[in-house]
Design a protein around this ligand. Structure first.
Ligand code: ZN
Ligand code: ZN
Length: 300
């Protein structure tokens, strides 16, 4: 099969990559479409030391599985695959399993290929009214919903979102539904305009009041190692910072002192629940079409 493989610091289209072997609890999925995530761009700079087929945001159709409920169905997939046996897996924390593999990110071939393999239990069926293009956004949108699981955002709270990239855009739309006082800050006027159009207050990053420190919650989706430093400049004492940035760059350690002194709660945040993401897309509460700037064939 054709597959986009990152190996020895090199990204290449393999023409005859072997089709994945399917274990008795796994499904073989024919990939319909895959999204290009900032994490993919970091991976090809060296993030996670990954080597293999990249891609973790996908929609596909199950062509082989012993689970008859899945056969022939259009699905999306949770990307973390725990061992199922360790104490963390038994506690239901399989996304933190020390022995886990992660689709296209850690020890497991990803979805930028003709076929991909995932355990049956990772797959979620899609309703017909979620298009293929929408479905590619289920994984990042679920990551946006994870914020609501981790921080109960109240309507009277002020929230600053740093970053106007794809994940930032999805987070902004999800947080807006929570009904708080949201300001989204970014570097790109054309991307902020998309949020303006959804009725979200936006500001160009350089025009953000420095040391204002009025925000109860700051969400860093800047994708930059400097995002945490910037979040610390704007978060209220006793406020919360939610970090979404993953980067190949190493972060500075001394900023941790400031987190302790200001008693800021720092929340690491990663993958999230799929059901609210699928539901929101099905109900057209989230508009993803302006986020697709181009479409390419695998060979392209
Ligand atoms: Zn992603
Ligand atoms: Zn485990």
């Amino acid at each position: 099969m054709k597959a986009l493989v990152f190996q020895n610091n090199n990204l290449e289209l393999a023409q005859e990559h072997p089709i994945p072997d399917v274990g008795c609890n796994d499904a073989l999925i024919k990939v319909i479409a895959a999204g290009i995530c900032n994490t993919d761009l970091e991976i090809i700079k060296g993030y996670m030391n990954f080597s293999g087929i990249i891609g973790h945001e996908f929609v596909g159709r199950v062509i082989k599985s012993r689970d008859t409920r899945l056969c022939g169905k259009r699905v999306v997939g949770q990307i973390n695959c725990g061992c199922g046996k360790c104490p963390l897996c038994i506690k239901g924390l399989d996304k933190h399993c020390p022995n886990r593999t992660v689709l296209g990110i850690l020890g497991r071939n990803g979805a930028m290929a003709e076929y991909v393999c995932l355990p049956n239990k990772n797959l979620r069926l899609l309703p017909d009214n979620v298009s293929d293009l929408q479905a590619v956004f289920v994984e990042p949108l679920a990551a946006a919903y994870e914020i609501l699981e981790q921080a109960a955002i109240k309507p009277d709270q002020s929230v600053l979102l740093l970053g106007d990239g794809k994940l930032g855009q999805l987070i902004a739309q999800v947080i807006r539904l929570a009904g708080c006082k949201l300001t989204a800050a970014g570097k790109h006027p054309e991307k902020l305009a998309l949020l303006d159009a959804c009725g979200i207050k936006t500001v160009i990053l350089e025009q953000l009041d420095v040391d204002n420190r009025l925000y109860d919650i700051v969400i860093d989706a800047s994708g930059s190692a400097s995002g945490l430093k910037l979040a610390l400049k704007h978060v209220s004492p006793c406020g919360k910072i939610i970090l979404k940035t993953t980067t190949a760059n190493k972060n500075e350690i001394d900023i941790l002192n400031k987190i302790v002194i200001d008693e800021v709660t720092l929340i690491g945040s990663r993958c999230g629940p799929y059901p609210p993401a699928i539901k929101a897309l099905a109900a057209n509460l989230i508009n993803v079409s302006p986020l697709v700037t181009s479409q390419y064939s695998l060979s392209q």
